[in-house]
Design a protein around this ligand. Sequence first.
Ligand SMILES: Cc1cc2nc3c(=O)[nH]c(=O)nc-3n(C[C@H](O)[C@H](O)[C@H](O)COP(=O)(O)OP(=O)(O)OC[C@H]3O[C@@H](n4cnc5c(N)ncnc54)[C@H](O)[C@@H]3O)c2cc1C
Length: 380
Amino acid sequence: MDRFEVVVVGAGAIGCSIAAALAPDHDLLVVDRTGVAAEATGRSAGLVSPTLFYGAYPGAARHANDAFRDLDGTGAFSFTEWPRLDYVTPEDEAEARGAAERRSEAGFPVSYLPREAVERRYPVANLDSFAGAVHYGDTGWVDPATYARTLLDVAIANGADVEFDTTVEALSVSGDVVDGVETDGGNYGADRVVLAAGYRTSALLPGARVPIRPYRTQCATLASGTEIEGTLPIGRVASEGLYFRPEHGGELLVGGRHDPVEVPEHASERADESFLRTVAAEVPRLLRGFEGARVVGSWAGVDAGTPDGRPVIGRPTGAPGGALVATGFNGLGITLSPVAAALVRSLVAGEECPFETEPFHADRFETDRPEFSLRSTADL
Ligand SMILES: Cc1cc2nc3c(=O)[nH]c(=O)nc-3n(C[C@H](O)[C@H](O)[C@H](O)COP(=O)(O)OP(=O)(O)OC[C@H]3O[C@@H](n4cnc5c(N)ncnc54)[C@H](O)[C@@H]3O)c2cc1C
């Protein structure tokens, strides 16, 4: 039986970023039941917005921001830096101004812009029903499959082994410490096992408290005939549960919805008619020049959510020694993948983590059945 210091289960954005961080000084195997970016990662919109969602944890946000810029230009990967507007309703204006000021004081390029200022700067933005927008100058997007593949290539270049089309069926445990993984292709020994298996992670640790639940979220691409490349910012409209970004080819990508699913394996990978109708009705209200836009593509994917909207990274309560999880990314797994990588590395290598870790601790839930908040990917 082959033995490794670390087995990483899952070759999505999270498993690949952890593998890239550990491979330089660990003997490591990545196992995936399918291949790289086969599930949530490959269906992602690829938006990267650490400051918007995690600005309250500035060390983590800065770490993520830097990581995408550092990886830019590695292999086929590129990070498209692009500004983002967070549309603000009149009711939310005071709170949004305050949050923008706090992020700006912490050194992030964030400001609140009233409606007229937004529309002067971005004539395509239609803020008729909004008071203004928070403007983020440190956001962008990635092609998520290329991103994950690039990280896996970095791991392989540093000596990592990879087994695709191999399903981990259980952890092998000796005493109360993990000893490896049992797969449908044979067993592997390991001192540590990192479970980055998306919503399937909890099933691999039946005795542990990993409070995640699968939810389905959707995307569509629209062609408008309007020239948007170079003029259209990334946008989030929390009040409508929608976000959007330009595609390099000139189409508009729109995403949203957050629907818990009971049997994720059978969740449709196609977007719902009702979602497409919402997109068709809302986009012309949010962006000028989209009155005659056509939907040219759409899809859905399943990610894992946690009760408080933050991921669980580390050893959960009740897990055997040496077993770590990195899951529950709540629609932000691309954005937070560098955070997961650095935190798992600090736990495996016994190093100090370069940012605050408490928000992500895997043992922070005190009951087996914590309540899930009804947040959506758009209003985290
Ligand atoms: C439609 C959509 C849009 C999104 N948009 C964004 C966005 O704009 N920005 C952002 O930051 N995030 C976004 N997300 C969220 C992001 O895609 C996820 O949080 C992230 O991809 C999670 O990565 P992961 O590696 O944890 O999971 P996955 O990508 O699901 O990877 C898990 C891997 O584990 C493997 N696996 C599972 N069980 C086993 C097993 N037993 N044995 C072996 N392998 C196994 C699977 O095959 C899979 O490859 C979006 C998600 C969706 C669905």
